[in-house]
Design a protein around this ligand. Sequence first.
Ligand code: B12
Ligand code: SF4
Length: 434
Amino acid sequence: MRVVFLEIEADRDWALSAVGPSCLGAWLRERGHEARLVSVPRDLPLPEARALALRLDPDLLAVSLTTRQWLRGREVVGALAGSGVPLIAGGLHPTFRPDAVLAAPGFDMVCLGEGEEALLEVVQALESGRSLSGIDNVRTGPAPAKLRPPVRPLDRLPWMARDLLAEPTGVVHVSTQRGCPFPCTYCAANMLDALYDDARYGRRRTVEHVLRELEVLRDAGACYVVFLDDTFTLNPPWLRDYLPRHRDRVGLRFSLHARVETMTEALLDLLAEAGCDQITYGVESGSERVRREVMKRPVNNERIVAVFEATRAAGIRVTANYMLGLPTETPDDLDATFALHQRLDPDAFGYFVFYPYPGTPLFVTCRDRGLLPEDWEERPAVHHRSVLRLEHLSDGDLQRAWDRFTADRVERTRARYGGQTETEPSVLDYAATI
Ligand code: B12
Ligand code: SF4
């Protein structure tokens, strides 16, 4: 059966896309099905988007949606209604807003949570003319779906289908794990754990499985690895086993995401020796109150500063990510975030106005406190202005904080690249967006 994944381009082009489809496509191909990917450009008129999606003569259309992609995805799928080709949506937005997605024209099914086994069962049901109702993880209407346990061990999953992943030349993106055990209240990633009541979502591939994939990718020309894992630095025994072997067998430089709480000097040394080039830390706020009370990230500022210094001392470049505009945040809290940023003096940084993702505890908080406008779902999910009516921050306060970070970025980039503008590509700036 030919499954065509639709990648919905939203309001920005990303260097990387289609992580979900490249996992699902590899799994389907291993079982004898055809998997293709069609990117639907952001401004493509809908009749042309429809023709593009149907050009490969799909037996099933599969669309992966983050909340950011939802509004445009709804439009494109709406244009496909009545095409006669069944359509299934999956990913974080359909997982946490299944009713809204199923209510929109053109969506026949939604997949909740992990998709490999569910999508295969849908394909098999379509092939054999079996009913699509009653498939675990899949909803076709209001009836709830039972969730099958996530695939275990993760080594059962094939390597991602790289031809479905739009990667910049030479840079390869690899996941070694699924799930994140931390309880950050704004994060949709860890909510997958909460979705599975009686099975753990968190799993990691074996060291050997990851090494073999990277050896093959290196032999095919890869020169840099970006680990996609939410927190690469989990599980010290795995890391102590993996990192020296990465150095000896793979030998590629790499970047990753970590939490400062997971860092020790010994681990930083191991990472540096193995070729770690850059680490992205979520700093999020300079206000310890906001981090502790609103985000459930109780680490203190001194610890963050110490870990940034230790990371740099180990010869690893540091990227910081910040969030602006959380519930209860005040102008003083925004100042504290900028002040901490100046102390941290990161090599690169990303800054995002908070958006309450469905499925997260902070989404519920915002809704229950009346911060979310009635029509929130009709407004684009963006990270440069707030969708919320915040208690203590005006749009102007947020804009000023945003502009301060933007000016700082321009200044630092100019200093680093000697006169070039902040739009010059760099692995570091790229890493800050992941
Ligand atoms: C790598 C990454 C990126 C990459 C690639 C994104 C991509 N297309 O996957 C880049 C840099 C482009 C990116 C950008 C952004 N990202 Co991002 N990103 C991630 C990250 C860290 C890992 C994604 C990953 O590796 N997934 C692994 C695969 C296996 O999981 P998956 O995609 O969910 O797919 C599985 C299931 O969901 C399901 N499934 C998925 N699609 C489909 C489709 C069908 C048909 C079926 C049946 C099943 C199915 O099956 C898959 C396999 O089991 C996640 C965190 C996370 N852990 O998910 C955040 C995450 C997805 N990103 C997020 C956000 C907010 C963003 C940005 C808005 C960041 C920003 N501040 O601007 C942008 C928006 C991009 C966009 N197009 O919407 C949020 C999304 C929340 C939400 N509800 O939408 C996440 C969850 C992080 C978070 N803190 O909450 N991101
Ligand atoms: S550590 Fe990162 S991925 Fe994990 S819950 Fe917090 S924000 Fe989400």
